[in-house]
Design a protein around this ligand. Structure first.
Ligand code: NAD
Length: 401
């Protein structure tokens, strides 16, 4: 099937409801090229499960491990194919482009599109691994979701981004109106913390690892990583000390439980704290877009700027593989947010923070860089793509076709 169409960005709040197939493919290829320009990983994994593999950190992890370690990858995601004359979601096009490039290079790659929180998807993943893959030697857990249905109770939980105990007011960038204003977020009400922990905490990661172990599909020395964020103090009321922070604490609890499970196999489980990047998940968090716009300006000026692919590569090449050791912090986490959190970077960001307003936004921050990254998530604004040309919006993901 084919359906030719001119695709333009349609931004609604913090989401773009269209995605450009060729632009998404170019974005994926850019990341593949970055990995191919690096030295291959020594002692890297050969059989990888990536849960949340279609966008952001999960996609970059999958690209880094497939092209940097020649790993077979099974990717799990929740994306929309093209339907009713509308383009597919960005993660769909990313995954189609990833598989095409992987298969072209002779790499085994399959995907499952469905709810990773469900028992069914876990069962389907295990069936594929048993039949077609060597035992798994790395599980990357990179889900970001606003809701989860608990497979045991059938209850649906919604996660919220709220402070705990008191309202939080902060300078904020409204990415819709491009205005710097003040935002006040009301505190969590009863059930918000529990629900957010249910969705974004570690329970599902544990369910995955238990199911994989029970099915006997984890290899000797299998490792597992899940991603987290801490960030600067200005975001703590709504992030680290807010409802999402409670969920991330639970992820750390789960890391310890899974670590105990994997230790028996001489493997390890850990949380990697990654840097702030523009993804569909982070653009939805109040205060974060303004912070990111400032952070990018400072990190670029210091030659420290990284996106998802550079972060994923640094984690795998300088910590997990190449005969390196994990460099744990005092809480047992791995930190690749170290450059973001460098005192000189943070001091410069917060020397500018009080001065930013709508008028000087472009001058004092890298809002243009933020917007460019945001559009790129959906395949727009990429040099070499003719956005006035019709493109086929019905792009199959080879393993799902
Ligand atoms: P993202 O929105 O780009 O990716 C989320 C992924 O989860 C996608 O592949 C999506 O398809 C998948 N997904 C969501 N719900 C699903 C479901 N029910 N079933 C199957 N797949 C589902 O998000 P991201 O920013 O890359 O976040 C990934 C992780 O990295 C999160 O834990 C996040 O907290 C963490 N992190 C993000 C940042 C940041 O700045 N973006 C920084 C540090 C850590």
């Amino acid at each position: 099937m084919s359906l030719m169409q001119v695709v333009k960005p349609k931004i609604r709040g913090f989401i773009c409801v269209t995605a450009h197939p060729e632009g998404c493919a170019a974005h994926v290829q850019e990341q593949i090229d970055y990995i191919k320009a690096q030295k291959p990983l020594q002692g890297g994994p050969k059989s990888v499960l990536v849960i949340g593999s279609s966008t952001g950190y999960g996609l970059s992890s999958r690209i880094a491990l497939a092209f940097g370690s020649k790993a077979a990858t099974l990717g799990i995601f929740f994306e929309k194919p093209s339907e009713g004359g509308k383009p597919a979601s960005a993660g769909w096009y990313n995954s189609a482009a990833f598989e095409k490039a992987a298969h072209r290079d002779g790499l085994w790659a399959k995907s499952l599109n469905g709810d990773a929180f469900s028992n069914e998807i876990k069962e389907q993943a295990i069936a594929i691994i048993k039949k077609e893959m060597p035992k798994i030697d790395l599980v990357v857990y990179s889900l970001a979701s606003p809701r989860r249905t608990d497979p045991k109770t059938g209850i649906s939980h919604r996660s919220v981004l709220k402070p705990i105990g008191a309202p939080f007011s902060s300078k904020n960038l409204d990415t819709d109106s491009h205005k710097v204003d003040e935002v006040t977020i009301e505190p969590a009400v009863e059930g918000d913390v529990e629900n957010t922990v249910k969705v974004m905490g570690g329970e599902d990661w544990e369910l995955w690892m238990d199911a994989l172990e029970e099915a006997g599909v984890l290899a000797e020395g299998c490792n597992s990583v899940a991603y987290s964020y801490l960030g600067p103090e200005v975001t703590w009321p709504v992030y680290k000390n807010g409802t999402i922070g409670k969920a991330k604490e639970d992820l750390e609890r789960a890391a310890q439980a899974i670590d105990a499970l994997l230790k028996i196999k001489r493997g390890k489980a850990f949380v990697s704290v990654n840097k702030a990047v523009v993804t569909q998940a982070s653009s939805a968090i109040p205060v974060v877009p303004l912070y990111i716009s400032l952070l990018f300006k400072i990190m670029k000026a210091k030659g420290l700027q990284e996106g998802c692919i550079e972060q994923a590569w640094r984690l795998f090449s300088t910590q997990l593989y190449n005969d390196n050791f994990l460099n744990y912090d005092e809480a047992g986490r791995v930190r690749v947010d170290d450059w973001e959190m460098r005192p000189d970077v943070q001091e410069e960001v917060f020397a500018i923070w009080p001065k930013v307003n709508t008028e000087n936004l472009s001058e004092l921050t890298d809002y243009a860089g933020y917007q460019g990254e945001f559009l790129k998530l959906f395949g727009f604004g990429i040099p070499g793509i003719d956005y006035d040309k019709e493109v086929d919006i019905e792009v199959p993901i080879e393993s799902l076709a």
